[in-house]
Design a protein around this ligand. Structure first.
Ligand code: G6P
Length: 607
């Protein structure tokens, strides 16, 4: 979603803002803008299009030392120069950047229009700028406080006022916001990646808090002006982790990082001597979690697919009834939840608005809440009762790859952890843990043959419709493979449980239609071979994902991509890799912008 950056200090702000925006561009990239303030002048530059378009119209010699910047993912009004942030009030004194949605903007707009205010843009953010200006009587913080009392919805904002040249006022409700603490300077950002080059010391702004930031001082209060004390925290991620390191795209880098980051994810958690899983984050809630009558896994997009794998894992290893819910549906459905329910929110960013809302809903109804989250200190991570971090490092590519394998690995560990406390025998746990420990090296082996996936992509990228079929643990992988392909290459793709094909989608199959079938060794192998034959006899072209050593499958498939053998519950960690590679290469061959696919955003912080 939108990215926010701010700087107040002694150095020229503009290069810091532009560099921050570049690192944030994966959050939204349809327009961008900056506002700088100096000697009671506010200078705003903005432009539709990518950051590079803004850079072309900026005067890079501007020396001002206070400024804010924004990269947008449009919600209210199309991506035009006028709708780009920062937004100013009519007098041009107040400038606002905003991530989120002001839900009562229509009513506020009408009210302000009746007061004689004329609007330039269609955005909800301009409403906020005009409202702050209306309340401004020489104290920006006070005016922001008053304006926010009138507002409903979500926001992470940064506000400048021409009359207060060394001040940024920031506030948050529902959208992420952190403050970087430097020497004689402070930075404001929606995401740690934007400020890592300058500081690793941060303060997380909480919901309903307002920050008054100057070069030397940082004051946090609640909306009701009650002071808030906060510790400075250290970000663990390094600058190298958020750079391309020689790869053409972040997505490719993140696919190839998987052996290493999964080692990090598993490190210290697999105890092969004791046949046990060690998860420090679950120690305090182990009893309650083991006693749960029902587990709900929730998330969005790729995280939802990982949760589906989790459902199979939990039911098989833990034997507690488990359901997977789209976070966006769950929260509005009046779900039946009680104290016997445990909800696990699965999220890379820890900021996805729907997942966060589902978590709050479950919490309010008395459920135990857990997180399987990547970003340390993110909203979901902070608001769950307990959790397990993915530790797969920053994911920048909009199409999620290493977060998926991290999420599945974490859910597998939680399942084994709980399973051992229920019915899973030491022997079965030992086999599971040994198989999990082998996964990183097995992924490396698949990546060593990545060229095979590229060749397959090359053959079929001109086809506009693909099917992905899987059964059991590989059904969610079929969904994930189809999602990867459509989100970055804009090819229409559908993932299905293989047996469902005959109930309708089989009508789509015609000569040469690519059908990716995950047909690894396991309980349903024979059945999936039957499904392949059904596709073949109708002229479909089969790309099979199979287990190394399976010689028979080549007779039924047009192409075979092999993965090493592992136990069925862990197959998704391997079978997804060739599908990530096919999607990546298809997108590159079609000339698509892999890391910034059209209309998408990395972290969706609006409903
Ligand atoms: C967006 C991204 C997806 C991601 C989903 C959930 O739709 O484009 O890649 O899977 O959000 O994000 P989360 O950060 O909660 O895992």
């Amino acid at each position: 979603m939108c990215g926010i950056i701010g700087y107040v200090g002694n150095r020229p702000a503009l290069p810091i803002l532009v560099e921050g925006l570049r690192r944030l561009e994966y959050r939204g990239y349809d327009s961008a803008g900056v506002a700088l303030i100096d000697q009671e002048n506010l200078c705003v530059t903005k432009s539709a299009g990518r950051l590079s378009a803004l850079e072309q119209v900026l005067d890079h010699s501007m020396p001002q030392t206070t400024g804010i910047g924004h990269t947008r993912w449009a919600t209210h009004g199309p991506p035009t120069d006028v709708n780009a942030h920062p937004h100013t009030d009519t007098s041009g004194k107040i400038a606002v950047i905003h991530n989120g949605i002001i839900e009562n903007d229509r009513a506020l707009r009408t009210y302000l229009q009746r007061q004689g205010v004329t609007f330039k843009s269609e955005t909800d953010t301009e409403v906020l700028a005009q409202l702050i200006a209306m309340f401004y009587e020489g104290d920006l913080e006070k005016a922001v406080r008053k304006a926010l009392r009138e507002v409903s919805g979500t926001y992470g904002i940064g506000v400048l006022c021409a009359d207060e040249p060394n001040v940024i006022v920031a506030a948050r409700k529902g959208s992420p916001l952190i403050i970087g603490v430097g020497k004689g300077e402070h930075l404001l950002a929606s995401d740690a990646a934007a400020i890592l080059a300058h500081t690793t010391q941060v303060i997380y702004v909480g919901d309903g808090e307002i920050a008054h930031i100057t070069p030397d001082e940082l004051r946090l209060t609640t909306l009701d002006a009650i002071p808030v004390a906060k510790d400075v925290q250290q970000i663990e991620w390094s600058l190298e982790q958020i750079e391309l390191a020689g790869y053409d795209h972040f997505m490719l880098k993140e696919i190839f990082e998987q052996p290493e980051v999964l080692e990090n994810c598993l490190r210290g958690r697999l105890d092969q001597n004791e046949n046990a899983i060690r998860l420090g984050g679950l120690v305090d809630c182990t009893k309650k979690l083991t006693g749960a009558k029902r587990i709900i896994l929730t998330g969005c997009g790729t995280a939802w697919h990982a949760a589906l794998v989790g459902e199979y894992l939990f039911e098989e290893l833990v034997r507690i009834p488990t359901e997977v819910e789209y976070a966006s549906e769950f929260r509005y459905r009046n779900p039946v939840i009680d104290e016997g329910t445990a909800l696990i929110a699965v999220s890379q960013s820890g900021e996805t608005a729907d997942t966060h809302a589902a978590l709050i809903e479950a919490k309010q109804r008395g459920a135990l809440t857990l997180g399987a989250v990547n970003v340390v200190g993110s909203t979901i991570a902070r608001e769950t009762d307990a959790g397990v971090y993915l530790h797969v490092g920053p994911e920048i590519g909009v199409a999620s790859t290493k977060a998926f394998t991290g999420q599945v690995a974490v859910l597998a560990m939680i399942a084994c952890f709980l399973g051992r406390r229920k019915h899973l025998s030491p022997c079965a746990a030992a086999e599971f843990i040994a198989a999990l420990a082998a996964i990183p090296k097995q992924i490396k082996r698949i990546l060593d043959t990545a060229e095979e996936a590229r060749k397959v992509a090359q053959i079929y990228t001109d086809r506009e419709n693909w099917l992905y079929l899987g059964r059991g643990y590989n059904y969610p992988v079929a969904l994930e493979g189809a999602l990867k392909l459509k989100e970055i290459s804009y090819i229409h793709a559908e993932g299905l449980p293989a047996a469902e094909m005959k109930h309708g989608p089989i009508a789509l199959i015609q000569e040469g239609m690519p059908v990716v079938v995950i047909a690894t060794a396991g309980r349903q192998y024979d059945k999936i071979i039957n499904n392949m034959m059904q596709v073949r006899s109708r002229g479909g072209s089969i790309i099979a994902i199979a287990t190394e050593g399976d010689r028979e499958i080549a007779k039924q498939a047009d192409h075979v991509l092999y993965v090493p053998d592992t136990i069925e519950p862990l197959q998704p960690l391997l079978t997804v890799i060739p599908l990530q590679l096919i999607a990546y290469h298809a997108a590159v061959i079609r000339g698509c912008n892999v890391d910034k696919p059209r209309n998408l955003a990395k972290s969706v912080t609006v409903e």
